[in-house]
Design a binder for this molecule. Structure first.
Ligand code: SF4
Ligand code: SF4
Ligand code: SF4
Length: 378
């Protein structure tokens, strides 16, 4: 063990590698230092100061996400001073906008009551779409913070709801910058940035246009990165979320051959949201507009669920056996009369790679033609 690369965290010694931060060493060793603005894969900014820790010899608390571990450093992660500072920062964040969830109206005399009631959505009207899935709310519950000392800021900007995918609610934005980093550093789309104007500060596109009128490609990376209810998928916003009703199903995106790993968030047998699976290739949490938002066809009322056979110009429902027999008879007839190259097969971008593989095997092996393609449009 290289004794020069040792740091002490809450009384235990740990080794670290060059360029590791206090937060990285702590997380690697199972310490739960809370963070809000920290975005994995992006340059840490230390903006929210939720991850502050005490470092022996330092006058001020330091942001663990942006402070490098150094030999002999002695760190304390949850002292009274640290907790007091985190609570003030959480309170300021809650006061910075319209955070009307439970954290503001609970009696804090009993810690247990506070935490139990805080997870009871039925108690609260007009749930924020991030309710139960909000880092700020979790922090407020963990540190028993409610909005008592600071008056909530006035709502300065209206909700932006003029695109098919993303709702921007500036009143819930805590200016953590994760969306900016997600857009610029992770996806490298460079669409949004800070417009720092004191209390009027805002995350903007070039010229402060709506996302619809900007260069946004609606990859949704900013939505996935937003720790609060400031950026939410439109479906989520319209339907509202309650933690008890939502399940996550891991699957592989079927839109193209990359094989991105994603979670389908399912409520009452409907997909309400899609998020990328972090830490797993090939996409490491990133998705494109199709993988992220292209799921409304699943429950679309116009979706075909039964085979249809056209007779005398009219479509009628049929069983699979009947429909397959019609197709088989017609294929055999065409192949016998004019040869297999008179038949072409159009497969689909909305089925799995395996199904597309079977389609080409069927086209080449059974029908006997190479005329197979697929339609890749949304
Ligand atoms: S964004 Fe989070 S803290 Fe704010 S109202 Fe919604 S759930 Fe509460
Ligand atoms: S959806 Fe993608 S491109 Fe558009 S602002 Fe968000 S991260 Fe940037
Ligand atoms: S929109 Fe969300 S991610 Fe972006 S700065 Fe505001 S709170 Fe942070």
């Amino acid at each position: 063990m290289d004794s020069e690369n040792i740091i002490v965290i809450d009384g235990q010694e740990f080794t670290f590698t060059q360029e590791e931060t206090i937060l990285q060493v702590a997380q690697r060793n199972g310490f739960d230092i809370p963070t809000l603005c920290f975005l994995k894969g992006a340059i840490p900014t230390g903006a929210c100061r939720i991850c502050v820790v005490e470092v022996e010899g330092a006058t001020n608390l330091v942001a663990s996400c942006s402070t490098a571990a150094t030999p002999g450093m002695v760190v304390k992660t949850e002292t009274q001073r640290v907790v007091r500072d985190r609570r003030t920062n959480i309170e300021l964040l809650l006061a910075s906008g319209f955070h009307n969830c439970l954290v503001q109206d609970l009696d804090m005399d009993s810690w247990t009551d506070f935490q139990l009631k805080s997870m009871e959505p039925k108690e609260h009207q007009g749930l924020c779409p991030a309710y139960g899935n909000c880092v700020l709310q979790d922090l407020a519950v963990r540190y028993q913070v409610k909005l008592s000392h600071f008056a909530p800021a006035e709502t300065k900007y209206p909700i932006e709801n003029v695109n098919p995918f993303i709702v921007r609610d500036f009143s819930r934005c805590v200016l953590c910058g994760r969306c900016v980093q997600a857009c610029n550093e992770i996806q490298v789309n460079n669409v949004i940035t800070f417009d720092l104007k004191g209390a009027e500060s805002k995350i903007i596109t070039k010229g402060d246009r709506t996302l619809k009128d900007s260069n946004c490609v609606f990859c949704g990376e900013c939505v996935q990165a937003c720790p609060v209810g400031a950026l939410v998928p439109k479906d989520d916003f319209l339907e509202g979320q309650t933690p008890e009703e939502e399940n996550r199903v891991r699957t592989t995106c079927t839109y193209c051959g990359v094989g991105c790993q994603l979670y389908l968030h399912v409520k009452e047998n409907r997909v309400t949201k899609v998020t990328g699976v972090e830490d797993v290739g090939p996409n490491y949490g990133k998705l494109c507009v199709k993988g992220r938002f292209g799921y409304d066809f699943i429950n679309h009322p116009a979706r075909l669920k039964t085979p249809l056979i056209r007779e005398n110009g009219e479509l009628r429902e049929a069983s699979w056996d009947e429909a397959l027999k019609v197709v088989s008879d017609k294929f055999s007839g065409i192949k016998g009369d004019v040869g297999p190259d008179a038949i072409g097969v159009l497969s689909s971008a909305r089925i799995t790679n395996e199904e597309n593989y079977l389609a080409q095997k069927f086209t080449r092996g059974v029908i006997g033609t190479n005329s197979i393609d697929h339609c890749a449009r949304l």
